[in-house]
Design a protein around this ligand. Structure first.
Ligand SMILES: *[C@@H]1O[C@H](CO)[C@@H](O)[C@H](O)[C@H]1NC(C)=O
Ligand SMILES: *[C@@H]1O[C@H](CO)[C@@H](O)[C@H](O)[C@H]1NC(C)=O
Ligand SMILES: *[C@@H]1O[C@H](CO)[C@@H](O)[C@H](O)[C@H]1NC(C)=O
Length: 134
């Protein structure tokens, strides 16, 4: 399983907008549909994309205004999700479901938010989103 470690400085800078990228890619083809779910909290719909646009009517309220895809890179098979305002509640396993004309795919990403370790808030980078392939 891939893992994104997102260091959050929420303890020190509550209003600081922290972000995290959850990686996901797919085989390029037409009719792209992307669904992101947070499984740990109860299969919450985190973000959906269909018909060449975001479809956020079923998005869980805890992710409102905090998610975005890299629109200009969807055509290259990049379905990575950017999450801003990262908080401890965002921890857990996420599922990235992609579907195209020819292929359906699923991947799982484990997100860890760490606001305690990084006590030196002048240190860069503030956000650690290294990915581990288990
Ligand atoms: C997707 O695009 C973002 C923004 O450019 C980049 O950070 C990320 O590494 C890309 N992910 C993949 C899987 O290509
Ligand atoms: C999300 O953004 C819209 C437009 O900027 C705003 O009207 C709305 O109040 C925001 N919702 C939340 C939950 O922050
Ligand atoms: C990022 O996280 C990885 C894995 O936990 C760790 O090995 C690395 O040292 C971290 N990098 C920084 C800048 O904290």
């Amino acid at each position: 399983m891939k893992e994104s470690v997102c260091f959050s400085l929420f303890v020190f800078l509550i209003l600081h907008s922290l972000q995290c990228i959850l990686p996901c890619s797919f085989q390029v083809d037409t009719d792209v549909i992307i669904h992101w779910f947070q499984l740990t909290a109860g299969d919450f719909c985190t973000h959906s994309y269909d018909d060449n646009q975001d479809q956020l009517e079923h998005q869980h309220q805890s992710f409102r205004n905090r998610t975005s895809l890299f629109k200009d890179q969807i055509s290259t098979g990049n379905a990575s999700l950017q999450l801003t305002g990262v908080k401890v509640q965002d921890e857990g396993t996420y599922q990235c479901c992609t579907s195209t004309m020819t292929e359906n795919d699923n991947s799982f990403i484990n997100v860890k938010v760490d606001g305690m370790k990084n006590t030196n808030y002048n240190k860069k980078p503030l956000i650690n989103s290294s990915i581990h392939q288990k």
